[in-house]
Write a protein that binds this ligand. Sequence first.
Ligand SMILES: C[S@@+](CC[C@H](N)C(=O)[O-])C[C@H]1O[C@@H](n2cnc3c(N)ncnc32)[C@H](O)[C@@H]1O
Length: 301
Amino acid sequence: MSNEHSTISSLLRSATAQLEETNPDSPRLDSELLLAHVLGCSRLDLFLKADQPLNGDEQSTFKELVRQRSTGNPIAYLTGEKGFWSLNLEVSKATLIPRPDTETLVEAAVDHIRKWQNKHPGNTCLIAELGTGTAAIPLALCSELNNLHIISVDCSTEILEVAARNVRRHEHLLKNRNNKLELAENDLFSGIDFPSKLDFIVSNPPYIPTEKIAELQTDVSEFEPHIALDGGLDGLFFYRYLLDQAPGFLKKDGEMLLEIGYDQQTDLTSLQSEFPEWESSCFLPDLQGNARVWIINKESA
Ligand SMILES: C[S@@+](CC[C@H](N)C(=O)[O-])C[C@H]1O[C@@H](n2cnc3c(N)ncnc32)[C@H](O)[C@@H]1O
């Protein structure tokens, strides 16, 4: 192949044309992200070095990644990284790719924890998280707040290895801020001995009804781990578990903040009525206006 066909700009052009057929939403962006990953540079550098030729290895690595992307494999799995909140996180095929929707949960949790801290100055806030995945949620909380003790649970060793590497990568958010983040391999919260009653529970649990997983976009249904998606027959397994068990783990004024599916508000409102320990709740919308965060209190708000 002549140099003219192996420059950054020409390879981006041909990859974009290839992805236009299979990934029409963002073929150019996807091509740029993959090429920047192969060359270990920023997307801006691709423009600055548009006429630079790639060597043979770089070209074949890039072409293989474009081929994999054309089968639906998400960019984050191909590059091994995803930006979430202000953090760059490692992801693997074992973990869910953190979503912008989940930033709505983080925003609400930061707000509620801050209010709690204003009422309890100097106290450590004890939080448990169910289903940590990449540790996206606790690390985002640690990037905004001080004096947190978070115990984050997941049921998979492989997932927790990724979470542990992310915690190491962002260690400065812990010591410097007097935050403690513990990872625990566990099925749900069963048998966990929390150091005391909790101030908060946060979770983005699996919430897709089992039979609907196959109907999701290929990127999700064929590539993301079903253990991170599958919320049981009606999608409510984890909410039912938390409504039932969490009152025993939380302090009297404790709160639970949960991400929910965009269409689950009605089902969850009716589910809550089966658990009278919860006195009040409210839903917060995501950027699309769908109810996305559910905040539930043991005491009336
Ligand atoms: C929707 S993902 C959320 C991941 C991450 N918190 C995020 O928001 O990107 C749900 C997580 O729950 C974990 N999980 C599923 N079943 C579990 C169980 N029985 N006990 C603990 N964790 C579980 C999955 O492994 C997955 O990491």
